[in-house]
Design a protein around this ligand. Structure first.
Ligand SMILES: NC(=O)c1ccc[n+]([C@@H]2O[C@H](COP(=O)([O-])OP(=O)(O)OC[C@H]3O[C@@H](n4cnc5c(N)ncnc54)[C@H](O)[C@@H]3O)[C@@H](O)[C@H]2O)c1
Length: 274
């Protein structure tokens, strides 16, 4: 533990074995927070925990009892829970179907530019989505975030202090017509955040959402080079963000510098135009 502005605080970060979550852990630890690293993958959680001199809590955020137990255990061991970052997430599957839909979307864009609307083809992103894929996406993102907020508030309400940051997405604000289950879950996280903040803002608790644009993390590894080029083309700055850049925003929201922010939504997208 360092001696920075977060010294003496205890932070639990979900999905912190990789990408954004790991960067959040590093950034908060650099300013003195004690980090509890959650992930589904034990080795990943252990790697981050080693790096930030934190501890691990390996569980699936879809398991509400496990989430409750991890937060209870954190409070028992370290005396409080001051910061919870609900970050764990999964990407929409990239498979043969998504490649076909991508090709259709490109062809449709060309036809639209030429005014040939009647020739545009159905994308099929919704009609091809299975019950299982819809269910898993909503569970990990929305249920996982709800379980985290609820478990944290049970202690934060008693403490009368605490900060929660929920990781939504630019696609929760500006759905792209692609992964409907992802966008829907991320949009719902914004409503959950605002609702929870409205209920708790008089208790010294702050709850905000961040909406990253496209950030270069292992989450995006499955996308093809062409898809990547198209994504970058939608970014005013002409590049994806880095996890370290997002970590500066989350550090701001986790600390006293953001004392007037609650129920608010913070986008960082490098000029995403959709
Ligand atoms: N990378 C981006 O461009 C981007 C953009 C907007 C939002 N986000 C969101 O940021 C968050 C982090 O994404 P990332 O890019 O760092 O991805 P990542 O794949 O690098 O890391 C996600 C981590 O979450 C863990 N995880 C997945 N399901 C879990 C579960 N059920 N319980 C516990 N841990 C679980 C994974 O094991 C992994 O370590 C996600 O919620 C994602 O939707 C990412």
């Amino acid at each position: 533990m360092g001696t920075g502005a977060l010294s003496g605080t205890v932070a639990l970060i979900t999905g912190a074995g990789s990408g954004l979550g790991a960067a959040f852990a590093r950034r908060l630890a650099a300013d003195g927070a004690r980090i509890v690293v959650n992930d589904l993958v034990t080795e990943a959680a252990e790697l981050t925990a080693k790096e930030v001199e934190g501890t691990t809590a390996v569980f699936d955020v879809c398991d509400s009892a496990a989430f409750d137990a991890a937060i209870d255990d954190t409070v028992q061991r370290f005396g409080s829970i001051d910061i919870v970052i609900n970050n764990a997430g999964i990407a929409p599957a990239v498979d043969e179907g998504s490649q076909q839909r991508f090709d259709t979307a490109i062809a449709n864009a060309m036809l639209r530019m030429e005014g040939r609307i009647g020739e545009m083809q159905p994308l099929g992103a919704i009609t091809s989505l299975s019950d299982a894929d819809w269910d898993r996406m909503i569970r990990v993102h929305l249920y996982g975030t709800f379980y985290g907020v609820r478990a944290a508030l049970r202690h934060m309400q008693v403490q009368r202090s605490g900060v929660i940051v929920n990781v939504s997405s630019i696609l929760g604000q500006m759905p792209s017509g692609g992964p409907v289950h992802y966008s829907t879950a991320k949009a719902a996280i914004i409503a959950l955040t605002k609702n929870a903040a409205a209920e708790t803002s008089h208790l010294g608790i702050r709850i905000n959402a961040v909406c990253p644009g496209y950030i270069d993390t292992p989450l995006l590894e499955p996308i093809t080079d062409t898809m990547r080029a198209l994504v970058v083309n939608q970014l005013g700055m002409g590049r994806m963000g880095t996890a370290a850049e997002l970590a500066e925003l989350v550090r701001f929201l986790a600390g006293p510098e953001s004392s007037y922010a609650t129920g608010d939504v913070f986008t960082m997208s490098g000029g995403y135009t959709g």
